[in-house]
Design a protein around this ligand. Structure first.
Ligand SMILES: Cc1cc2nc3c(=O)[nH]c(=O)nc-3n(C[C@H](O)[C@H](O)[C@H](O)COP(=O)(O)OP(=O)(O)OC[C@H]3O[C@@H](n4cnc5c(N)ncnc54)[C@H](O)[C@@H]3O)c2cc1C
Length: 384
């Protein structure tokens, strides 16, 4: 088996892995590799055609308000495409341009199938090659791991994130399970096509009034929902406090049963938009300590069991708060790079610009309670 050695191996070529890679390059870490099981930005390439980033892009970088979807202080996807809400394919193209511009060492189609501790460092296996690294950063995101075991019969449903285009889905009447961003997004695009949609949700996310877009619906989605309901009042029915407990197959289609004793019949497979699990839980759970279904992180985003194993991405949790948006988890790229730099004995002062621009926030007072489509009771049950 071939073998190669690096200071840092990053697993995942999405925004989290690539942002950390550039921060590490900034302080002079050259023995670095990024292993990506598919191609750069693979998760974004698979988004339904009509889906857009809910976080707006706007080039205001020179005024120290970096584009919310940028993964470095000096780039802007909004500027690159002249678009405020990018499609998945556009965002993937931004990531690709980022790799090319900064000449980042990504190995595409290199799936890491195994991680082993090796003294203070790690051994990773990808495509029959062994990679030795003193530090590893796990950055495999959540999109690859939809939560499909959420209740009996969930496997009968159509997973919202795996739909190629809402135009191509057959049928006129739909039931969507999940009332957060993905569920409303699905309903909106189906309604625009002239379909009627019932949304069943555990709570009533559309009524939550909270300034954090991770807790309530984003302004982009609230605006779209209001617009479609105004234009086509009967297109979307919102059914709050309907905790789905089972989906069953029946002769005429499917029946969705809820905890309050109601049931909803539908000819088409119900659309499942109940969120995602973490790559940490699915791939490297035993490398982390867990509490209440959540991995525990050190103050510098590493595992408390393996201090040289870091995590970057939307599953990061500090003080009960999930860093589920790009603008949240990018705040820690500099923190991770600074810590690895210190342990490698490097001068990390070149990260000062990253700090000024919100890519190195050490003060965790930014944490606010955050749901990100994972409802709290599900989290309590979700032991690794
Ligand atoms: C449907 C949806 C919509 C979202 N919309 C927004 C939004 O509008 N704004 C926002 O800020 N955030 C949004 N998010 C949050 C989202 O988590 C981030 O935007 C982003 O995708 C997270 O980046 P990441 O790099 O951690 O994960 P990803 O982009 O998923 O990248 C992880 C990469 O790891 C690779 N990988 C997985 N396993 C392996 C392995 N074993 N070996 C090697 N590579 C592997 C995958 O192929 C993938 O390319 C959304 C999330 C979802 C699911």
């Amino acid at each position: 088996m071939r073998e190669s050695t690096f200071d840092v191996a990053i697993v995942g070529g999405g925004p989290a892995g690539l942002g950390c890679a550039l921060a590490l390059r900034t302080i002079g870490v050259e023995r670095l590799t990024i292993l990506e099981s598919q191609n750069v930005g693979a998760s974004f390439r698979k988004w339904p055609e009509e889906m857009r980033l809910i976080t707006p892009s706007f080039h205001s970088n020179s005024f120290f308000s970096t584009d919310l979807n940028a993964i470095s202080p000096n780039t802007s996807p909004g500027d690159l495409f002249g678009v405020e809400h990018l499609s998945g394919k556009q965002y993937a193209a931004y990531l690709e341009a980022f790799v090319e511009h900064y000449e980042l060492p990504v190995r595409e189609y290199s799936s890491v199938d195994r991680l082993d501790a090796d003294g203070e460092g790690f051994l990773l296996e990808a495509n029959g090659e062994t990679i030795r690294a003193r530090f590893a950063i796990w950055a495999t995101g959540e999109f690859s791991f939809p939560d499909v075991e959420t209740f009996p019969g969930a496997n009968l449903c159509r997973i919202a994130s795996q739909v190629e285009s809402w135009q191509g889905v057959q049928g006129d009447e739909f039931v969507v399970i999940g009332g957060y961003e993905s569920g409303i997004d699905a309903a909106y695009h189906l309604a625009c096509r002239g379909c009627t949609v019932k949304i069943l949700s555990r709570g009533e996310p559309w009524d939550i009034d909270d300034p954090d877009p991770s807790v309530s619906l984003s302004p982009f989605t609230k605006e779209r929902l209001a617009r479609i309901v105004r234009a086509l009042p009967d297109s979307i029915e919102l059914h709050g406090d309907r905790d789905v407990i089972e989906v069953i197959r029946e002769e005429a289609g499917y029946r969705v049963l809820t905890l309050d004793g109601s049931s909803f019949a539908t000819a088409e497979p119900p659309i499942l938009a109940t969120g995602f699990e973490s790559g940490i839980k699915r791939q490297v759970a035993s490398f982390f300590e867990w509490q209440g279904g959540r991995p525990i992180f050190s103050e510098v985003d590493s595992s408390t069991l393996y201090p040289n194993l870091f995590y970057s991405g939307p599953s990061l949790v500090h003080r009960g708060s999930k860093f589920c948006f790009i603008y949240k988890f990018r705040a820690r790229f500099g923190v991770i790079a600074q810590e690895i730099g210190k342990r490698l004995g490097l001068d990390t002062s070149s990260l000062s610009d990253w700090e000024r621009r919100g890519f190195l926030i050490e003060d965790l007072d930014c944490c606010v309670d955050c749901k990100c489509e994972i409802e709290s009771s599900a989290l309590e049950e979700a032991a690794p």
